[in-house]
Design a protein around this ligand. Structure first.
Ligand code: ATP
Ligand code: MG
Ligand code: MG
Length: 290
């Protein structure tokens, strides 16, 4: 080391030790900055723009492809939460490194895949994302965190579904619709009685959000196991999801999935996510359809 170097090196001592508590789940939640405005400027359908949600999912898959210690991701609207295994040693568990890496990968992927998903609709300006990082030491804390995010989606989505039905089908102004909602405790009943809309028939993706998990699936060609990221639209509250997917909290190896999956799944470990066409079967599309 030169004398010049050592004269200035003391500044490194100003850096704080920000390592996350050991043996705990690390969660990074990314949320779009001012996405109410972004959604309006890009003509997103209200209350749920399907392509907007698909792009969020594609960006989240991209983060999981890169950061293999993420065992689950859950998202809706303009947010995605990424759960790292409790034993991750990624970046020596340094929180600023983990959070900034997730955030930048997500933002870059959102822009990178925009055209694939939105086609001719141009991106008008670079969207921003902000993140928080939280550490949860117990399994109950982790499950309650995800239940909390899903409960928030459910409350907001029912509200917004009725709001936009009142505006679009009930010819109310936005102010009138908010006023009606302010005084109503039976939103799904109003939807059904006045507009014939059964809230429980709305798409699962809108009502439950998107959960991404990893599974191993045997190839039909050579029976070799390959890792996939699978999007689910399922309930995270209650025990069923955790019983079906014990490896997420149990630190076991990935499970082999033998069920037929009627959804788009993402193959991991291929350059640029290009899939081997011979591997494809009729129920498994390797990339999102647009
Ligand atoms: P902040 O910067 O504080 O997060 P925000 O405007 O992003 O402010 P949020 O509470 O994060 O506010 O809510 C995101 C908003 O973005 C939603 O209320 C909705 O209007 C809009 N939005 C995001 N994604 C979609 C989508 N796929 N379809 C329709 N609207 C969306
Ligand atoms: Mg936001
Ligand atoms: Mg949000």
């Amino acid at each position: 080391m030169t004398a010049l170097n050592s004269r200035f090196e003391y500044v490194k001592g100003f850096e704080r030790d920000d390592r996350c508590l050991p043996n705990s789940w690390i969660i990074v939640r990314v949320d779009g900055k001012s996405f109410s405005k972004f959604a309006e400027q890009h003509g997103f359908e209200k209350p749920n723009d399907k392509l907007g949600l698909e792009l969020m999912t594609r960006a989240a898959v991209s983060v999981m492809e890169e950061l293999r210690d993420i065992c689950l991701a859950y998202g809706h609207s303009d947010e995605f939460s990424f759960v790292f295994r409790k034993d991750t040693s990624s970046y020596n568990r340094r929180s600023a490194k983990i959070m900034s890496n997730v955030n930048s990968l997500f933002a870059a992927a959102y822009v990178f895949y925009w055209e694939d998903i939105f086609g001719p609709t141009k991106l008008k300006y670079p969207p921003g994302f902000e993140s928080v990082i939280v550490v949860y030491p117990s399994e109950t804390n982790l499950k309650d965190y995800l239940s909390w995010r899903q409960a928030e989606l459910q409350t907001k989505n029912l509200y917004n579904t009725l709001l936009w039905t009142l505006i679009k089908k009930g010819n109310k102004t936005e102010t009138e619709a908010h006023e009606i909602l302010r005084n109503s405790t039976q939103k799904s009943e109003i939807l059904f009685r006045e507009f014939g809309v059964n809230y429980y028939n709305e798409p699962d993706m809108f009502r439950k959000g998107t959960t991404l998990i990893r599974k191993l699936i045997p190839s039909k060609k050579d029976n070799k196991l390959r890792q996939y990221i699978i999007p689910l639209h399922c309930d995270l509250m209650g025990e069923e999801f955790w019983k079906e997917n014990p490896e997420i909290v149990g630190l076991k190896s990935l499970q082999v999935c033998h069920r037929t999956i009627h959804t788009n799944i993402f193959v991991v470990n291929r350059p640029n996510n290009v899939c081997d066409k011979n591997d494809n079967d009729s129920n498994m599309r390797m990339e999102t359809s647009h």
